[in-house]
Design a protein around this ligand. Structure first.
Ligand code: GLU
Length: 457
């Protein structure tokens, strides 16, 4: 059977780093198993779901290097869910309930005071035809619950019923169906909650592995029961730990915290995001992978921790610097061109500055320094100014070769007796206006003789 996974966000906001973790776990799992990746938008909540968010999520996934084999929307598949509802009703495992939220709340309180677990007591199963007629006459419409298979003959007498699965991440997992309320699958207004459409789609789309956040662990017990009620073999499940902010708060699509969009706008490379999103909270070292294929080689769902992991954006910059430092010109060329960096100097320029930038766009400031000179005129002591005048008088004539910097500074050392910092710092300041940066040996040829002379203080 072909491995088939899906990433199933609700398009109610931009995805954040935690969602990206789920998407990437699925994508890398598919990559390692020659599988298919389905992009499924769980947009049954028509009021909150928006096409613009779905489009933005696809954009973010593409940016990360994820290109789904199939994209589908639950809002286009209601008749498939309607058919499943009919099957469940016919099998007697979907039943109508008429309680209001207030009534349910009251019942829960009563159960608690009686020392019973606060689950739904299945009172609706005991409704008489007259009561149902009465409710309907009052204008009440039913919501529909799935009868969990947690009893032998009397549903009002649930018994401990363990559902087991071997979780890809967490190993052996057990959920007791008697500890859960029969889940509502269809609301009063006929709309679907997440559970049924998700299971129906996983069946119809041939999903073999469901990989998602561990906030869904308890849902899995219910879902396995539902797969079986619909006559299907449940898929393999894997629940990865969730990411939190550094202060331990959960991430939310709505607050935009650590959204992929904001990280992109901050100039973080997609592979920095992907590497950290996948490797944080696992037993693997967090290191920047060049591409997703390389990252897939470090990906092992079973190596993921069971407790939540803190996500520190500062770590992204560490990875970003490593990726930029290693980035060949061919990979940077188009992006530099968009930033106005092109021509014969673009490649040597990139090779000179790539080790000294936090973001690719930081190259612009260096390009400007090279083209226009220091952006702020450096201040020099009389001593240093004399030294610089002497130094510039020694600047070799063109054409220059690869050793011009070495030759020039050799001559300066000889003529002035200065060495080390006393020699290099005034030169660096005069040429770039900044106390640190790329190797001057690499920058000097890019300034040329004329450009260098123009920097005479
Ligand atoms: N729409 C669900 C969510 O975003 C999908 C969960 C699942 O993968 O089954 O939480």
């Amino acid at each position: 059977m072909t491995v088939t996974v899906r990433f199933a966000p609700s398009p109610t906001g931009r995805i954040h780093i935690g969602n990206a973790r789920t998407a990437l776990f699925n994508w890398l799992f598919a990559l390692n198993n020659k599988g298919r990746f389905i992009q499924r938008f769980d947009d049954t909540d028509i009021a909150r779901s928006k096409q613009e968010f779905a489009d933005a999520i696809l954009y973010d996934l593409h940016w990360l290097g994820i290109f789904p084999d199939v994209t589908d929307y639950q809002s286009r598949r209601f008749e498939v869910y309607d058919a499943a509802v009919e099957r469940l009703k016919a099998a007697g495992v979907l039943y109508a309930c008429y309680e209001t939220p207030e009534e349910l709340d009251l019942r829960r309180k009563v159960r608690r005071t009686r020392g019973l677990p606060p689950v739904y007591g299945r009172e609706a199963l005991a409704l008489t035809t007259e009561q149902v007629v009465e409710y309907q006459a009052d204008g009440r419409r039913p919501h529909w619950r799935f009868l969990l298979p947690n009893f032998s003959s009397d549903p009002r007498q649930p018994e401990r019923t363990e559902i087991h699965w071997d979780d890809l991440v967490r190993g052996e997992e057990t959920v007791d169906l008697a500890s859960l309320s029969d889940p509502v699958l269809v609301r009063e207004d006929g709309t679907y909650l997440y559970t049924l459409p998700s299971v129906v789609d996983d069946i119809e789309m041939g999903v073999s592995h469901v990989i998602r956040g561990d906030d869904h662990v308890t849902n899995t017990g219910v879902q396995i029961a539902l797969f079986k009620a619909l006559g299907a073999e449940p898929p393999v499940f894997g629940h990865h730990n969730l990411l939190t902010t550094v202060s331990g708060e959960g991430l939310s699509k709505r607050t935009g915290a650590l959204s992929i969009e904001s990280l992109r706008e901050d100039g973080i490379e997609p592979m920095a995001v992907a590497s950290l999103a996948v490797l944080v909270g696992t037993s693997e070292n967090v290191a920047a992978a060049h591409d997703l294929a390389e990252l897939a080689g470090h990906f092992d769902p079973a190596a993921t921790s069971k407790s939540s992991s803190k996500f520190d954006p500062a770590e992204l910059f560490v990875l970003n610097r490593v990726l930029l430092q290693r980035m060949p010109f061919d990979e940077a060329r188009d992006r530099l061109m968009v930033l106005g960096i092109s021509g014969e100097h673009a490649e040597p320029f990139w090779l000179a500055v790539r080790g000294n930038i936090d973001r690719l766009a930081d190259a612009v400031a260096w390009w400007r320094v090279l083209r226009e000179g220091p952006q702020e005129k450096p201040e020099f002591s009389d001593d240093d100014r004399d030294f610089l005048h002497q130094a510039l008088d020694l600047l070799p004539e063109e054409p220059w070769n690869g050793t011009v910097w070495k030759d020039w500074t050799g001559k300066i050392r000889e003529a002035t007796g200065r060495k080390g910092k006393a020699l290099f710092m005034p030169l660096r300041l005069a040429l770039t206006g900044l106390p640190s940066g790329p190797e001057l040996a690499d920058l000097l040829p890019l300034m040329g003789r004329e450009g260098t002379m123009a920097r005479r203080p």
